[in-house]
Design a protein around this ligand. Sequence first.
Ligand code: ADP
Ligand code: MG
Length: 287
Amino acid sequence: SIPLSFFGGIGGASKKGILVKGSNYLEALANAEIVVFDKTGTLTKGVFTVQEIQPVEISKEELLELAVYAESYSNHPISLSLKRAYKKEIDYGRISDVEEIAGYGVKAVVDGKQILAGNEKLMKKMNISFLREDFVETVVHIAVDNQYEGYILIADEIKKDSFEAIKNLKAIGIKQTIMLTGDTKNIGHKISKDLGIDKVYAELLPGDKVEKLEELFSLRSLKGKLVFVGDGINDAPVLARADIGIAMGGLGSDAAIEAADVVIMTDEPSKIATAIKISKKTLRIAN
Ligand code: ADP
Ligand code: MG
């Protein structure tokens, strides 16, 4: 039977905006050993702003318009940032054959021309040569009918609370913190270094993240649990696979809330350490 203190633990957590979907997860949290984070929307705000527009021949306005039209049907944080910078209304009649390629970007026909907007991997995949690739910002390269037209740099910001989050996890004895990202190695290393995260794996496609998680299981001890924290955009399968999947509420999708074992209702990753502390305390009372 479930010790009475578990109800107190789950209740106490929920008062702090932490929903634990059962006493077994509360118990597992007390043995959390490795905490793996998704980057965008979890440790960073997930709100990008346009930093630079660098066309080859056309004007900056034209390059931004191409990207916005190609991205018009996407809800990815990258797409939203481009639309915010564009400020004009989109004439959806000009757009057809839209395809979003997870981890790469988008492909769409605009005014009868094929537009590609996405990262270096997308350009390589389509055999389009592009300008430099050592950015510390996120880059969206744009091509029209297989001709390179330039790039747009956008940047996300680390959440203030993320610094606290990593510090607190170390303070309560978490063995390792790890970050997974679909973004470049440059960006991944910069953010993990700023935050004091132990390990980072970058340039992962959404499917690669599940495989990486499987590898990381071997790092934990016999009793130790592996936690994955994500915002649910492209990472619901990883949430489902972890010993404890924690979805962050800020941008979380219904699929994420469904797949998760624990849901944090706010966008504060420091609540992970709070949840682990509550679970440890609950177990001490139960035993
Ligand atoms: P993360 O792991 O950072 O949450 P995603 O898996 O959502 O990122 O995307 C990984 C990378 O794929 C992004 O950093 C971006 O370069 C590219 N990408 C994905 N979707 C889009 C899009 N709609 N437009 C442009 N680039 C995209
Ligand atoms: Mg993501």
